[in-house]
Design a protein around this ligand. Structure first.
Ligand code: RB5
Length: 172
């Protein structure tokens, strides 16, 4: 059974349903972006999260020509940093380059995940607002599970808030 099918019975909570959004935004929008290496997986993720009530802001690209992950990572990150989108999900071949670009934008905490444990933990402990996935690293089923783990986990605050604040302080 695919991750998407399995979730039909236990849909992801949307921000509106949980009322547990952080104070800075009430957006239920998720921006998706990638480079040429991850168009198909990005579109599968878009379909999956839209089916679970999120508003998808897919900023492309849609054509397979080679492009530069840095500009796509930056564009997605700016929509999250501005509060227009609650989360960003970005992809390239490894997930690494586009993550590095996104993390250069002030206010962004983005992690590359190849497993569901890490995807959950970057929300619970690091208050990550962006997730990066490598389309040449993980298959679609695992990628959708990673997305679900990320979107259903909640930041725990407490001592973790102190540490996230220390990251913020590094931004100057
Ligand atoms: C593109 O070939 C590839 O370098 C890119 O998708 C990504 O893996 C970079 O980090």
């Amino acid at each position: 059974m695919s991750a998407g099918a399995g979730l039909q019975e236990a849909p992801l909570s949307t921000p509106a349903e949980t009322g547990r959004l952080p104070h800075m935004t009430t957006s239920n929008r998720i921006v998706l972006s990638s480079d040429h290496a991850a168009i198909q997986l990005r579109q599968a993720i878009a379909t999956h999260i839209a089916a679970h009530g999120w508003v998808v802001v897919d900023i492309g690209p849609t054509t397979p020509e080679s492009t530069h992950y840095a500009k796509h990572g930056e564009a997605a990150a700016r929509l999250v940093a501005s509060g227009d989108c609650r989360f960003g999900i970005i992809l390239c071949g490894t997930g690494q380059g586009i993550m590095m670009a996104a993390n250069k934008v002030k206010g962004i905490r983005c992690g590359v995940c190849v497993d569901t444990f890490s995807a959950r933990m970057i929300r619970q402990h690091n208050d990550a607002n962006m997730l990066s996935i490598g389309a040449r690293v993980v298959g679609e089923g695992l990628a959708l599970d990673i997305v679900d783990a990320f979107l259903t986990a909640l930041f725990e605050g407490g001592r973790h808030a102190t540490r996230v604040e220390m990251i913020r302080a590094l931004e100057g």
